[in-house]
Design a protein around this ligand. Sequence first.
Ligand SMILES: [Zn+2]
Length: 235
Amino acid sequence: MRYFELEEPEDLESGQWSGSYRAEHRWCLPSIRCPRCGARGGLQAYPSVELSGLPENDSLTDIRPQSAEEYARRAALVRPFAAAGIVLEPACRLGPLVGTARGHFGPVTALPSWQVLVREDARDLLLGEGLQGIIPIRAELRTRRTKEQALYELEARPLAKLHPDCIDRAPTCPDCGDNGFSLPPKRWLLRESIPQGVDLFGVEETTRIVVSERFVDTVNRLGPSDVVYREITAE
Ligand SMILES: [Zn+2]
């Protein structure tokens, strides 16, 4: 199976589709304040984490940096609501996207590249064809158009890893323990970490979302999308 990273098109003006949206996930965990690193947090989103039944969810809309202790307290509140395979990280976004949309959307939208939305017909096709790892959460986007199809964000759980040979890790921070890396321009997956048979997944410690060749072939049956599929190899 070949795999592809989703990327934004370089030239948005030449796209086929006029659709755009402004939205935020309903909840979040705070970033962590570290005296050495500053604020630390990522961009992962888990729209399937539904917190409306959590009485203490007031603090879970504030992403501002907190102490490690306060972060741990809030993460513990969220944990029971997060499915297996979800890695809660500082500043991760939770719950559905909420906002507004305008224009017409293609089968797949990835603006930014770490936020993948599919049109309702694309969701139905992916599920109907039996693709695996497709976790669609309806985005709550207000629009003036009544005929426009609903959009669903696809949750990407970080199931695969980049190959250690393409990563240049920072030394471990003595205060917060962080030893992250910046995304290498030339990168490949660690083959044994690829979840077998799964057609969409995230890559640990990055914002990358990877889809299978089967995913690309399936959604392309609905026509073009303004998305670039960049092949990522594995070793
Ligand atoms: Zn630190």
